[in-house]
Ligand binder design. Structure first.
Ligand code: NAD
Length: 237
């Protein structure tokens, strides 16, 4: 394990965090050296992974990259830790405030980082299709409907906002609608409506492992890079 990238997982007890801890164990190039949760966990070591409470963050062992899928209230501390330790950051936490987005941009001067509202390959392709459709269909209505499980706190989803920003840059004026129902992992419909015709572009995630695998891949590619703000597509093979 001497050449493995040392990883800290922040938000480790959450839905995404649990997937990250499980799938990191299958990733030969990654070694999880710390898992951080909001409250002090018990037991402290699970399957060889050491757990820490958020209040103990400053005392975690040395790491090369933090993977953060927590909540906006936990984000500032992990960003500050990465800057202080000069470690890389992969974050998928959505619902960040303007100030947090600005802090992320500032931090890119000192550390390599990637923030993405969605780490799935399918959504990266959807974003390209949306931009193409928006540019080709001036004057059409553009509506983005996102559906997620009832525990999701932010709305519209970070992914819906990212898709909307791309559509806006290509000339559309997107509107948003959010549904919270059952255990839906994540669905995004981008609908372009003209007079007498309509295009519907839909992505459905049925398993959150796709996001975790994407984030782990990004972490393995990001560690050791020059400081800067990277996109997921910059870190593909
Ligand atoms: P969750 O509520 O199941 O888990 C949240 C985790 O954050 C928990 O482990 C909790 O202990 C931890 N946490 C909360 N406050 C904290 C604090 N102050 N300090 C440290 N840790 C804290 O949520 P989830 O479904 O796992 O989603 C987590 C985040 O990831 C959300 O913002 C969600 O929107 C986002 N998400 C992003 C993607 C993507 O591809 N970018 C995919 C799915 C989810």
């Amino acid at each position: 394990m001497s050449n493995a990238v040392r990883v800290l997982i922040h938000g480790a007890s959450g839905r995404m965090g649990q997937a990250l801890v499980r799938l990191a164990a299958e990733h030969p190039g990654l070694d999880v050296v710390a898992a951080v949760t909001r409250r002090a966990p018990s037991p402290r070591v699970v399957d060889g992974v050491a757990f820490f409470a958020a209040s103990e963050l400053s005392g975690v062992p040395a790491f090369d990259v933090a993977i953060d899928f927590s909540l906006p209230e936990g984000f500032d501390a992990v960003l500050a830790l990465c800057v202080a330790r000069k470690a890389a950051l992969v974050s998928g936490t959505t619902g960040l405030s303007e100030a947090q987005r600005a802090a992320l941009a500032d931090a890119a001067a000192g550390i390599p980082l990637v923030w993405a509202s969605n780490f799935s390959l399918g959504v990266a392709v959807l974003a390209e299709l949306v931009e193409r459709a928006a540019a080709a269909l001036p004057g059409w209505d553009c509506d983005i409907v996102e559906s997620h499980h009832v525990h999701k706190l932010d709305a519209p989803s970070g992914t819906a906002l990212t898709l909307g920003q791309g559509a806006e840059a290509a000339g559309a004026t997107p509107r948003y609608a959010s549904l919270r129902a059952g255990d839906i992992v994540g669905e995004h419909l981008v609908q372009f409506t003209g007079l007498g015709e309509r295009i519907e572009l839909t992505h459905r995630a049925s398993n959150r492992d796709i996001f975790a695998r994407g984030a782990l891949h990004a972490a393995s590619r990001l560690a050791g890079r020059a400081p800067g703000s990277y996109r997921v597509r910059d870190l593909l093979d």
